[in-house]
Design a protein around this ligand. Sequence first.
Ligand SMILES: Cc1ncc(COP(=O)(O)O)c(C=O)c1O
Length: 390
Amino acid sequence: MKNNIKSKLKSIKLSSGYRTRKAKEFGNSRIFKYMNKEYLSFASNDYLSLSNDKRIINAAKKALDNHGYSVASSALISGYTKYHHKLEEELSEFLGNEKTLLFSTGYQANLGVIKSLAQRGDFIYSDRLNHASLIDGAIISRGKFKRYKHNNIKDLEKNLTLSNMNNNNMIITDSLFSMDGDIANLKQLNKKAKQHNMNLLVDEAHALGVYGRNGNGIVNSLSLNNKNNIFITGTFGKAVGTFGAFFSGKEDIVEYVLQKSRSYIYSTSLPVSAVEATRKSLKIIQKEDWRRDKLFSLINYFKKNVKSIGYNTLKSNSQIQGIIIGDAKKTIEISNELFKKNIYIPSIRPPTVEEGKSRLRISLTVDHSESDIDYLLNILDTISRNLVQS
Ligand SMILES: Cc1ncc(COP(=O)(O)O)c(C=O)c1O
């Protein structure tokens, strides 16, 4: 290894930004088993607790038996099956859009869509708190990348005057922000997009399954689906509880991305087992409203009770709740203290969040109970008292 890499690695190790992984032995939306011990986890994006659902597992097993593991090719060569096609059709219907294209991951979907649609000279306006995959897509597109303050339409407007209305300019945004748990003002963003003849790409990664009628997302809940200038991306690796991702919108735009997207064209297509698991999960998501009802009742319970323990919380009404600690080192310490008390919540630090905004990111899921939340809040309360005394 080159010396400069060694010294760079050493300095990361000395900083509070050094990243490590814990190899769990088992996990679901509520349990994290590590070194033979079960921890109460608030660290999974399996919000509807579907990743271990027997019906989904059986759908995957059946596909494995019939089709083997890998499709061993990209979609445009021989990796596209009738099951991929069915899932695309079912997603289009669920999302109220004309056409849908499956991607292998949400990261690839955002990269591929932005790079296909925006070129050198086009303006891309991005919320400051957007997910890394949206940011990276904007960077590799070589468009003019402009970041506006989080959810601040006035700041967006200030930048907009610079752009040329004839170009393929676009606004890109998460619908439900992955670290703050708040929701983008999509109606206003769409108004601005229309006024300036721009496209609006909305990443529904954290909202799919949880928001909208039958879980069809925030764009749908605002009746913004199937519009000429609005497209969405999403992943199945969160509330859907499976694996894979998609891009959905008007027929022409999706067909264009299929022709152009390098992360689609040059990557192995999803295994049939992942596709069949997702098809099953989407059926369950649409039928089982009780999951969303339970999740929102837990969110309300958490919000009502977290107030009394005196931490700085984010203004989120979603399943993503943040407790801002600020200092990265202190956040790691608190996360370690929680671990000693059998709770798993990793510390979220820069560059994932801004400097000084390190936090505990708490994911609530359907399998949690009110007594799980009570246990967490009690431990956090004790930790904060100890910190004040020390
Ligand atoms: C907002 C957002 N978009 C995209 C992704 C990427 O999705 P995937 O994990 O399928 O690559 C994630 C998750 O990591 C995310 O939080």
